[in-house]
Design a protein around this ligand. Structure first.
Ligand SMILES: C[S@@+](CC[C@H](N)C(=O)[O-])C[C@H]1O[C@@H](n2cnc3c(N)ncnc32)[C@H](O)[C@@H]1O
Length: 308
């Protein structure tokens, strides 16, 4: 059996410190899931188990929570906070949910939650390179057991391919300038740390644009992360097939997005009236009090559908 899809087991990651991630829009998410005792719920991005902890309280001992994550470190965090009895954790992408349900001898589930993007714990792990202040290598994979780290992708793509990637997956205005600077830096060897790569990106952006509230490296790191994890491929495949295929009639899907590329895909898929009743014609966003407490929630949007 491949590592993806296999029931998760304790490992070295399980001995790490407590998770720091604060679940976004927790109250709103739980409300939209419309939970009751005995339901079978999939948390497709279980992360540190913040949303899932509340879900298991609501579905009670007769319910079942199936938690998935591509990152073994996050599964270890989730395992620590979630009860064992009615929780099954799997190392898998949510796009492989049909295979997981087969392993579980289930044909359909009542609720599916996807809280996209990355957790604060991944961001703070300097060895992964998610933070552009990190002294670790630029990896950016959710699942470091498979695929290509971002440092290799940066070394492999042509200048034009990098430009296109930064434009399409980063929506970066200065994509061509940044790609040119990174490609030029390759001749003397790209820096080995995420922080070093971020410095090259910043230096390629005109000084007037460097002063804005967002670090110029933000969009480029987002583009590289999307590419190495094929994030939009997993999401699109799930939106077009997996959710509809695996939900029961009347079942609900709740999706939390963090940037416009994700949200556009979700919004378009949920418009299909033959499949879905759209329960959030306007997405739910965080209140100012939550944004103050947890700045990650600033760009979060919840969209909810019910299978017709
Ligand atoms: C924002 S965090 C989820 C946090 C979680 N809701 C909580 O309250 O702790 C997103 C998680 O999704 C995982 N992830 C990203 N893409 C995934 C995919 N295609 N399938 C499964 N997990 C994925 C990441 O590894 C990360 O742990």
């Amino acid at each position: 059996m491949s590592s993806e899809g296999s029931p998760d087991r304790p490992g070295a990651a399980g001995r790490q410190r407590q998770a720091k991630h604060l679940p976004v829009l927790l109250h709103e998410t739980i409300e939209q899931l419309d939970l009751r005792a005995g339901l079978t719920v999939v948390d497709g991005t279980v992360g540190a188990g913040g949303h899932s902890s509340r879900i298991v309280e609501r579905i009670g001992p007769d319910g079942l929570l199936i938690g998935l994550d591509r990152d073994p470190m996050m599964l270890a965090h989730a395992r620590r906070v979630l009860p064992q009895d009615n929780v099954h954790l799997h190392h898998s992408s949510y796009s492989r949910l049909p295979d997981i349900l087969q392993l579980e001898n289930l044909t359909a589930v009542d609720r599916i939650l996807l809280d996209l993007g990355l957790s604060s714990d991944q961001l703070e792990d300097a060895g992964r390179g998610f933070s552009f202040h990190a002294d670790g290598p630029l990896d950016l994979r959710f699942d470091t057991t498979t695929g290509e780290p971002a440092s290799e992708l940066l070394g492999r793509l042509s200048k034009d391919e990098l430009t296109e990637l930064f434009q399409t997956s980063g929506e970066e205005r200065f994509a061509a300038r940044i790609a040119t600077a990174l490609a030029a830096a390759r001749s003397s060897g790209l820096p080995e740390t995420a922080a070093g790569i971020a410095d090259i990106i910043r230096s390629a952006v005109p000084p007037a644009s460097r002063q804005q509230h967002r670090d110029p490296a933000t969009r480029v790191f987002q583009a590289l992360r999307i590419a190495v994890n094929e994030e939009l491929v997993h999401l699109q495949n799930t939106l077009s097939q997996v959710l509809y295929q695996t939900l029961t009639e009347g079942g609900r899907a709740v999706v939390i997005t963090f940037h416009s590329l994700e949200d556009r895909l979700v919004k378009a898929a949920f418009r299909d009236k033959n499949r879905w009743q759209d329960l959030t014609p306007r997405p739910i966003t965080a209140r100012p009090a939550e944004i103050r407490l947890n700045p990650r929630s600033r760009t979060a949007k919840i969209r909810v559908v019910q299978k017709t």
